[in-house]
Design a protein around this ligand. Structure first.
Ligand code: FAD
Length: 387
């Protein structure tokens, strides 16, 4: 067992962890920096896993996150290892491989993992899920030998993957408890558009249904549905949301909010010297005036950057931007920004050709979100309205 003192120890090699170390150095943070990441692969983008990579249009090496020589330039030690315990009183971290670090500042950027479905068979590890590059490879391999794939879930990842899988020539049945894909989050009219796109792409939608069990046998998988005929497929992709990777933080005694690490706008947790950023946090946003949980790439980067600056001692670095992301269903790009706690009215506006915008408003008529398709000017305008 080694015993090493580091100035900054970052747990997690996704966009939050990586932007934290970059920002720490940019802000003049000194001393030894160690980033411990459990991924067996080099850091990579996740969005292509349900899009270009899944469709076979992008190779593995094309979406790495690190520039060549960057770690050396930043003087960051990258450890492929898993942190197994953090003692926030003693300021010590232990890893699975037996390393033991004493830190002055620590940043949790542990992200999230795909959620299971709480039904019999819904935890089966042979079901396909999408988070890591390894998951992406496994999905592609499984699909290569499959005739039919059932996608369970109609969030952005489920819709993107369903459309991408069709491009590979496989039959796709998408099963969801929503009456149309993303209806709960985006409203009827946007959901109807997305349903039309998926149908055009050849996805067979089975909507408004409850999955009661998932059963694997030697020939494939049966998705049992309440009061409806079961769906039979060679493989099942489970895309039913994520579970924040906050167990380590909970064991360390950090304060949580609904399973996420509670942080202020500077990404400080309840423990001295400990910060957190990305999908794993519930963070205070100064423009919203409240805590927010988001699972988006750019926001993870933004929060990581703030955590890195805070760790370097920069005052006044605070999270204030509206959260949002872009999603690609087939060749269609949707852009979404919203505070994320619902809306009272969704105003649907047709644009030129097949462009559209949905403006989401609260009970006072204030804009709380926007969804655009081929309407970038509205997307940009919404950012100033939300900010
Ligand atoms: C298929 C897919 C498509 C997506 N598409 C989009 C998109 O189009 N647009 C968008 O905005 N967002 C998209 N997202 C979401 C986006 O990828 C996440 O919001 C983002 O990755 C969150 O970054 P993070 O750094 O918080 O966590 P992660 O990227 O999950 O990184 C977490 C890191 O922590 C490490 N880790 C966890 N526990 C430990 C431990 N104990 N010890 C050491 N390391 C640990 C992990 O190995 C990993 O390196 C997509 C996600 C997926 C899976």
């Amino acid at each position: 067992m080694t015993d090493q003192v580091v100035e900054l120890l970052v747990i997690g090699g996704g966009p939050a962890g990586l932007s934290a170390v970059r920002a720490y150095r940019e802000a003049g943070g000194l001393g030894r920096v160690v980033l411990v990441a459990a991924d067996p692969d080099s850091p990579h983008e996740r969005p292509p896993l349900s899009k270009d990579f899944l469709r076979g249009e992008q190779a593995e090496g094309d979406f790495g996150l690190l520039d060549e020589g960057e770690l050396a330039r930043l003087e960051v030690t990258w450890a492929r290892d898993r942190v197994v315990s953090v003692d926030v009183e003693a300021r010590r971290v232990s890893t699975r491989e037996g390393a033991d670090f004493a830190y002055r500042k620590c940043i949790f950027a542990t992200g999230a993992n795909p959620a299971d479905l709480p039904v019999p068979g819904g935890e089966d590890s042979s079901l396909l899920r999408l988070r890591t590059l390894e998951d992406g490879r496994r999905l592609r391999q499984a699909v290569a030998g499959a005739k039919t794939v059932a996608v369970i879930g109609s969030g952005f990842i489920g819709c993107e993957a369903a459309s991408s899988l069709r491009r590979l020539g496989v039959e796709v049945v998408q099963v969801t408890n929503e009456y149309a894909p993303q209806e709960n989050r985006l409203g009827d009219e946007a959901a109807a558009r997305i349903a039309r796109w998926l149908t055009e792409d050849g996805v067979h939608l089975v909507t408004g249904v409850t999955v009661t069990a998932i059963e694997r046998d030697a020939q494939g998988v049966t998705v049992q549905l309440a009061g409806r005929e079961p769906v039979r497929a060679d493989e099942v992709l489970l895309a039913v949301g994520v579970r924040p990777a906050s167990d380590l933080a909970a064991e360390a005694g950090l304060r949580l909010h609904e399973g996420r690490i509670l942080v202020d706008a500077q990404m400080r947790t309840s423990a001295d010297g400990v910060l957190a950023a990305g999908d794993v946090v519930h963070a205070f946003n100064t423009a919203a005036g409240r805590g927010i949980s988001v699972e988006h790439w750019f926001d993870a980067e933004t929060m990581g950057k703030i955590a890195g600056r805070s760790a370097a001692g920069v005052e006044g670095a605070e999270w204030s931007s509206p959260p949002g992301f872009w999603s690609q269903i087939g060749d269609r790009w949707l852009k979404y920004a919203a505070w994320g706690d619902g809306y009272v009215e969704a105003l649907y506006e047709e644009g030129e050709g097949d462009a559209f915008t949905v403006w989401y408003q609260d009970e006072n008529g204030t804009c709380v979100g926007v969804l655009t398709y081929k309407a970038d000017a509205n997307y940009d305008k919404a950012f100033s309205l939300l900010g």
